[in-house]
Design a protein. Structure first.
Lengths: 277, 277, 277, 277, 277, 277
């Protein structure tokens, strides 16, 4: 019986909660996780790329800004179906990696004896008191082109603000996005491009509703539009913080600032973990 | 809802109407268009290759022979569906590129201020007074094996004549192809291989009906079979020129002479635009 | 009309019946067959890898152990459908290659004048008096996880025993596998991992029923579990030989001993046939 | 007449003086500078890699810490000799790039009309009031192994502090390095590895004397050893600031914090400037 | 004893004397010669690239213009020394290949039984009645920068005219180049870039004296400067034809029109001989 | 001061003394040693390839035949000079790896606590009671072409017998090679190609004198020439065994049977350690 043909894109926003962990996370990602992943999903993933997070801009903490990288996949099938459950190898995922990413407390507990996690458990981590692991599946192309169609690479490098939102009240949230937020950003001169898609909540049970991306010339333009300008926005009834984005940072809004290019397009560029001499 | 799974191949026959433009077109193709394209369709294109046109043989002009390259894609989905409409970046396509390809008049009009075109507009250009842009989608494998099955690479390098036809009268044209032309070429000793497929007219609205490919040892054998030998063919009722191919050159028949190998298999071989020192 | 979307994996167990042929087979595989294959199926194969057979362990001959390589493909569509029948080029497959692989007698008959075979004929060779060519299509992921889930690459390199079985009595065979053999290997301490899938018999008419893979630390552990330990197993009614595996070697059981890594992941690693100086 | 055979390594410490510029610098580096560079020196450079700067640790500003990347080359010949002077193409180096790197004032002057610089002028920029462009050539292997020989990749990911020093008084500086600083760091438990080489001052006229590299488990260990612990060090006669490193930050000491792996090993990994969709 | 360290660049101007041969030459070059060459000189060649000849412009025949490709190597040592004489494999060079390139008469003699040539014999072919095989070694960088220093890739794609000259009277020829020809082209507005180097005559016994390269916007500008404008040049005493270039075409002047980019940078881009389907 | 320019080739003959170790050695080589090595010598090694040993033919044990692989490097400089001594990282070389290769006794001693060895110590292992580690440096091209010059890849795949000899009496050994052995093999019809070079004994202190390579159609032809035919050879005065090769197996003669192609050309083909699913 044929599989459902469902090409999708997914995004993971990886945090790094302490600088003590950044180079360790980098090592785990490139020395262990990339080869484990290619070994596993090479036959049904078309693109597997890492994009380095740009530094958090002033007041960026309020926006659930994560600090390591965005991990992107383009899938030829849904890896979460029962047919895809059995794998010869399990990915190497020491629990410590979750601590580095902020999914479990950075409380000094010794994790060196903890068992390896499997990847699906890892990607379902966080939540409750701790911020959620964000693994959001979206359509292969953007759904909504809200501003700036026609922009080319020659129009200049972009400072891309990408985030997912989980509305406390989904219907009200969506209405506010469409009636208030989208028009606001469409009208801001600093916004060069504005795109959005709904998140497929049925794939991995992702609780976020919407992925949004806004492009600016740089963090100063972002600040003008997203921090300064939004002071005029009325606080919605469902607000979780006083000011825009009105959502609980790192729980109901999670995002990242990214450049246009991938740090590593793993399927075409990975050549093993090679070190400086 | 799952996408339709429709793997397809497509062919674009790119002309170069003046030698003054060849190296410019080459630069645009490799320095700008290849990276723009890989960025855009990398996640759903399985092969993206350029094949260099061999020089036009004697009398080849009558056959709608184009002079730059054949651009080939193998698609995992139909890029023309609404779900695929929104793209973060638009490809860089200066209008001038269409002039180089003969889709708009080479009349000296200053195009340097013209806006960038988007790719779909570009690929729908030509027509009317000007020759059409040819973007033909066909089944992933050839449909009809008319002569020479079993040929291997060890049987020698091939001079491949590839063309698309738009019959002035589709039914009569198809009948003539099947009853007159195919038997003619099957009987010619110079023809080593003969393949054909119908064109999917529903994908991008391509008006051509059929793709044909004939392999010869070289242009001299092609001339014997396609120019000399065809003098015996009766002119069909729908003929647009006196002699074979009986179709209006570069409008109802468009084609190219090609070798077996790709000039660049872009997804596996492209490594940036690197120049001679 | 859309194609059926049926991503699959396939395995071919290639034998080398005489050392006089090993380097010739190697040359044919890498100098001719890999480029022929990539040219042909590049647009719809996601992974195409060769895994070198480890030497046959003591008593391994009884288990239908082949001695050259396992050839693995991951397909995006079923190449055996009528839509995929016509190919521009036929793969170069001298009949001699079948002799090297043991599909036709190694009887000194001069094959140098024999015509090239097409690939499908080649892959349907063997059978009758001669061992069958094994071309088994299976689900893209393993179906049954019988032991050792959670194993990672850090648990050590694996000695993988992979085999296909064709039960003389399919129902009885499957029952014996489930009630006798699987519990036996699950209980053996030498078995680190145990996986199995049913073979898709509808793709190329493969007559084998099941693919099984068992991982050991090395051939000594394999010997303990598969030769020594199985002496306690009762001979089933359908047995074709006295001892385990109870199946006719190289006819009803065909397999190989393999390491974890591919000798060549052709789509990403092949760079032409380059020789030692 | 044969060339002098002088394989060398060189390091460039690239700063980013304002976050408004980081993604622009990234774009210039990968979209323009890498292909320009490979085109130019591909035939005589063996390795050309970028290593991303880790964020500046607390008090790191005092140490001349730069914030973008370390650019590393391994040369097969000295590009500064007269025989290497003429180049077909000049690298694209808008003056603005120097502003982003802090080599000219970030004072708002419009540089958009400024002529392209050639690469050698670019790499000789800075100095005087502005910090110097650091382009340091060193022996292909490290000269001095001061601590931690035998460390392997399995000993854990490293937080590498790399810096060059220009002593105000070269003889006294070298003596202080050897008699005071080296023993200090050798004795610190946080230091896992300690390496140093003299800089070749004859290649490009680099004024720095010495390259030093110290490896720690992370920035907290660096802080303990380099900030806290050094409070006990006596201020040398030639000191330019009160505390260690006693050198004028970003002028007499310039450095960076780096992980083990390259962000991009350009000669093997670059595949054009491909963007996020 | 150490080798002489003599990094060099070499150029081969490959002709195609009849269109019947172009796709055969292409097949031999890419299916056989590239892998043979990489196997042989991979360990001491840093760059090995093919650049496709642009079509011969009007009157280009008078200038010794060849029609296939320029083959470029960058060598780390002189392959012609006795130490480099013995090779495990000899390159596959059917004599017929020389006919396709115009080094031996295209007279219909059956060459199919002729022995394979070795590469050095091949590369010393031609001469006497037939045009010489041109294999010119030059310094790794250009020696003389005669016009247009500072040109970057952003100044536009280039139509590069590259040729070697063998002066009938070397001293007079060089004087004429310096006093008459160089000033002429320096003064022509169509010339964007002008470079030249002396040829190393000691490497393979190349009889040509000088390599020259001139860049234009296109063939029309070349025609204005090299054909129209040169009518004013006085015929030198040693002239071999009435008009500029005053040298015997294809014997004393041999050249090619080339774009900036390589058709194939073989060491980094070659991935085997893969065909169109 | 410039380095000595001394391009060299080196060969290492790696044994595998027990099948229990083959897949472990394979894992160490590809998962750890290749990336360690590329990290270390990438900037001065031009080729780094592994060639898989073909199975030992009948009586091959007497000839010091090793069973894993030949590791080949082409060096741009002598890594053994003092300038090359200090390395940032040491290669991961568990002592156990030497046991797998037969350089230390396979006696069951627990080596799991033994310290990592550095690479130079590893490559100087063996000797005394145990067979020596063979690391032989030779000229970049073969020195002596004793038979079969002109052979091309089209003459058929080769069964290459490669071995190094350490003469018990160097002068007598060389004389015997030249006067007896070389003429013998030159006269044997089974020998298709015959090459030899002296070993550079000054690089790593290699005690072997000469590298020899003989090509046959296969092991049966080797047996006829090297085992059967050599019965007629008189035993030399210095003989260490009764029959040819008259040298102490695995001590004074060490060799391997190899195909033409590399199993992995690591610098161009390595893409990380990717496993079967």
């Amino acid at each position: 019986m044929p599989f459902a043909y469902r090409p999708m894109r997914s995004l993971i926003f990886v945090d790094c909660v302490r600088e003590e962990y950044r180079h360790r996370l980098l090592h785990w990602l490139y020395a262990m996780h990339v080869p484990d992943s290619i070994s596993k999903f090479g036959p049904y993933v078309q693109k597997y790329a890492f994009y380095n997070a740009l530094p958090v801009p002033p007041e960026g903490e309020r926006f659930g800004t994560r600090r390591m990288q965005m991990t992107e996949h383009y899938w030829l099938l849904n890896e979460m179906t029962p047919e895809m459950h059995v794998n010869a190898f399990t990915e190497r995922m020491p629990v410590e990696v979750l601590r580095w990413q902020g999914m479990i407390p950075d409380d000094g507990t010794d994790l060196s004896k903890a068992a390896n996690m499997d990847g699906d458990t890892h990607r379902a981590s966080g939540g409750g008191e701790m911020p959620p692991f964000v693994f959001a599946h979206v359509p292969i192309n953007w759904e909504e082109d809200l501003k700036g169609a026609g922009r080319t690479l020659d129009d200049g490098p972009n400072y891309r603000w990408q985030f997912v939102v989980q509305w406390p009240e989904p219907e009200a949230g969506e209405r506010w996005f469409r009636e208030t937020l989208a028009p606001y950003f469409q009208a801001r001169p600093e916004v060069n491009r504005f795109l959005s898609s709904k998140i497929y909540q049925d794939v991995v049970g992702c609780k976020f509703h919407r992925l949004v991306e806004l492009w600016f010339d740089g963090p100063e333009e972002w600040y003008a539009a997203a921090v300064e300008g939004t002071k005029t926005l009325d606080k919605p009834a469902w607000a979780q913080q006083e000011r825009f984005p009105f959502l609980k940072s790192n729980f109901n809004i999670v995002g990242m600032f990214l450049p246009d290019m991938a740090a590593s397009d793993n399927l075409t560029q990975y050549r093993g973990y090679i070190t400086m001499r």
